[in-house]
Design a protein around this ligand. Structure first.
Ligand SMILES: NC(=O)N[C@@H](CC(=O)O)C(=O)O
Ligand SMILES: [Zn+2]
Ligand SMILES: [Zn+2]
Length: 429
């Protein structure tokens, strides 16, 4: 039996507009895409979805998320995290290894993959740690972790402080054709600060996190990537200096790629309303000048993709206040509506540009088969209602994490159905 998604709006890069198409899904793959103008197909005996007036896109891909399992299931687990992803229109997500235990052994990689296969509803790609327990002292067993299914190496949550350790990691990863993904943060420049150096910190008498704490690692690592030939990917870029360094690296033919989060594209430190820890994340919200720089970086291709850095925490933890609460905000269920409302509805970007940065570009950078709406591709699809405005209500999130600064925001562009490997895993239609 086939699944027909009828009359959806499909973005056409050639014409620069979305036109009505019928998409046929069979055996987990996109079987055909045909013009709706040519008439209705014979759907007798097949399952159908009426997508009339809704956008049909390749499923969104999020290469930076925290599912918290194993070890921090009170914040999130693979079942709740993948449900949250599906509601956000994400069909493939790559999860970070700062779990408990840290994902630094083949057993933990396999645990995540097994759990994702049984309890998860979207594709889950695990990263493994660069160093044991993410302590920066000893490399993990890259070969065994790759063999178990890890797709790259990262100590996300902390920066690798020692340059020789990073260089060794890159040499090893390069030799097995694996990427190194870096949380860029020099600890010696960040001592107990919760927000960026800037207006909010000054006005509230707080110590600030300087931009260089990120950019020094970006610059160091680009030089190490040049020396080792590794594919080096920069996590959650937030500063003007980092954008500048990545741009220069790309101009010099170094294999550097990068990601940026919706919150760093939309909010600056000057938007923080109070000492509310729902505005605390790492890297922190930067100055308006940095926001402008990351937008320009994404627009000119210096930054390759949008990721959420979905980082759920419990309400108790976030209630500890700006200084003591953990860093991080949830991201899955607001990412597309935020980006669509702020950049596409305002006319700054085409819909095609936004979709590419959330589908095709991450797939290209990480060599995934999905990310394109074309016959023969995996049937990972997202259907989005572009017309109805809705308010962000964290209480209604599928995620266990309610920690978002976007509660109450009125947005357009809400996903209404998500299809993974040809199966409808979530639908409001
Ligand atoms: N981004 C965050 O603020 N927090 C992340 C860690 C990380 O992505 O560095 C987390 O694990 O909570
Ligand atoms: Zn990080
Ligand atoms: Zn992260």
């Amino acid at each position: 039996m086939a699944l027909w998604i009828l009359n959806g709006l499909v973005w056409d890069e050639q014409t620069g507009e979305a036109t009505r198409k019928h998409v046929r899904v069979e055996n987990g793959l996109i079987a055909s895409i045909q013009d709706a103008a040519a008439g209705n197909p014979d759907t007798a005996g097949h399952e159908t979805i009426d997508a009339n007036g809704k956008l049909v896109s390749a499923g969104f891909i999020d290469m930076h998320v925290h599912l918290r399992e194993p070890g921090f299931e009170y914040k999130e687990d693979i079942a709740s995290g993948t449900r949250s992803a599906a509601r956000g229109g994400f069909t493939t997500i790559a999860c970070m290894p700062n779990t408990r235990p840290v994902t630094d052994t083949p057993e933990t990689v396999r645990y995540i993959l097994d759990k994702a296969a049984t309890a998860g509803i979207v594709n889950v790609l695990p990263y493994a740690a660069i160093t044991k327990n993410e302590l920066g002292r000893e490399l993990t067993d890259f070969a065994a972790l790759k063999e178990a299914g890890a797709i790259g190496f990262t100590d996300d949550g902390v920066g690798v402080q020692n340059a020789q350790m990073m260089k060794d990691a890159m040499n090893l990863a390069a030799s097995m054709n694996m990427p190194v993904i870096a949380h860029c943060e020099d600890d010696s420049l960040v001592v107990g600060a919760a927000v960026t150096e800037g207006k909010f910190a000054r006005e509230n008498g707080l110590k600030g996190i300087p931009n260089e704490s990120e950019a020094i690692h970006v610059g160091r690592d680009i030089l190490l990537a040049e020396a080792t030939g590794v594919h080096y990917h920069v996590c959650h870029v937030s500063t003007e200096q980092s954008v500048r360094l990545i741009r220069l690296g790309k101009q010099n033919g170094i294999k550097v790629t990068a990601e940026v989060c919706p919150h760093h594209l939309i909010l600056s430190d000057e938007d923080i309303p109070s000492m509310d820890a729902n505005w605390k994340m790492n890297p922190p919200l930067r100055t308006p000048r940095d926001v402008q720089a990351v937008i320009e970086g994404l627009e000119d291709g210096t930054l390759d993709m949008i990721v959420t850095d979905h980082a759920p925490h419990s309400q108790e933890e976030k209630a500890r206040g700006m200084q003591l609460a953990p860093f991080g905000i949830t991201g899955f269920e607001t990412a597309f509506p935020l980006m669509y409302t702020k950049f596409v509805r305002t006319g700054k970007w085409t819909l095609g540009f936004l979709l590419k940065r959330m589908t095709e570009d991450p797939a290209r950078v990480f060599g995934l088969k999905s990310g394109m709406l074309q016959a023969g591709a995996p049937a990972d699809l997202t259907i989005v209602d572009l017309e109805n405005e809705r308010e962000v209500n964290p209480e209604s999130f599928a995620s266990k994490g309610k920690n978002t600064p976007f509660g109450g925001w009125k947005l357009h562009g809400w996903p209404v159905a998500t299809i993974v490997n040809g199966n409808v895993v979530w639908s409001e239609l």
